[in-house]
Ligand binder design. Structure first.
Ligand SMILES: [Fe+2]
Length: 309
């Protein structure tokens, strides 16, 4: 096979302005809302926190922001969101988006379901046309905690599938303020950070735009993976990929599918970046299966790398 060209994804302008921004929530459509909500309740301990007028539901843990919003429809990504805890964070993002001719709208108040003192937010469409929410700090209670084996610690990252990695990376890095932690050297996969975690967002070329490749929850430690694999097996749910360890991020992982076929990852031990103490240059991993799984290189059935051997 001919070797794909090297593509160096660039950092400039706003790169690195966000240091305390994490994923907040994700919304997708599924054919059967209640069956999917029931699945997330049984498997991840997410409970219904609110009903939407069109039959959708919001799921979460504890008190704060919902994690998942399910609406009825063919499986598709509807929106995804970030909680921006940086000073001048949401305002700064809004200014940079406006200066680069993006249409920025206020986030509907009903998206911030943690009254009183709820933060405000904005909505903008990413280069693929998917709405992205950025909102201020949420007062959370009981959300980021593990009940080992029963629920993950937190929602940790979103990985988007796109046909144009460069455009998505440029938007998030050079305008919004993320940084590039790692990329595949062919430019078809990039991992972006907005806090000390190696990535809160990743972007992979899947040949189509506006797709959710997968999203990921954190477990506490390696020991938990055994419990979760047994627990998923007891519930009749196949582990579809892993256990493995990613090269970029160095995190342990397993994957399974929800009833709508959405790929869900459980992860732990993600590499930490301390940008205030050291200078980093994004690494460029070979686009081979062993990069995305250090333990033997097998890939998930739904994804390929450009060099399979
Ligand atoms: Fe992931």
């Amino acid at each position: 096979m001919e070797k794909p060209a090297r593509v160096v994804l660039e950092e400039r302008d706003a790169a690195g302005l966000l240091r305390q921004t994490s994923v907040s929530h994700i919304g997708f459509s599924v054919p059967d809302v209640m069956a999917t909500a029931d699945f997330y309740g049984r498997v991840l301990g997410l409970v219904v926190q609110g009903h939407l007028p069109d039959g959708g539901v919001r799921l979460g843990w504890g008190i704060g922001h919902h994690v998942v919003e399910l609406v009825k429809g063919e499986p598709a990504l509807q929106h995804y969101g970030f909680e921006v805890r940086d000073d001048d964070g949401v305002e700064g993002i809004a200014k940079r988006l406006a200066a680069t001719s993006h249409v920025v709208e206020d986030l509907a108040r009903d998206y911030i379901d943690c009254a009183p003192g709820s933060p405000s937010g904005i909505v903008v469409r990413d280069p693929d046309g998917t709405p992205v929410h950025f909102h201020g700090p949420v007062e959370r209670q009981g959300e980021n905690a593990a009940d080992t084996g029963r629920r993950p610690i937190k929602f940790q990252h979103t990985t988007l599938g796109t046909a144009d990695v460069q455009a998505m990376v440029s938007f998030f890095v050079n305008t919004v303020g993320f940084r590039i932690s790692d990329q595949l050297e062919d430019g078809r996969f990039a991992w972006l950070r907005s806090n000390r975690d190696h990535h809160t967002l990743a972007v992979v070329n899947v040949g189509r735009s506006g797709v959710l490749d997968h999203y990921s929850y954190d477990l506490a430690e390696w020991e938990d993976f055994k419990t979760w694999c047994d627990r998923l097996t007891d519930a009749g749910i196949d582990v579809t990929w892993g256990p493995g360890r990613h090269g970029p991020g160095n995190n342990l992982f397993i994957f399974f599918d929800d009833p709508a076929g959405t790929h869900v990852e459980l992860s732990a031990e993600m590499e930490k970046f301390h940008d205030d103490r050291v200078t980093y240059v994004a690494r460029q991993w070979k686009p081979i299966p062993n990069s995305v799984n250090l333990w033997g290189g097998q890939l998930p059935t739904w994804r390929k790398t450009s060099q399979e051997g």
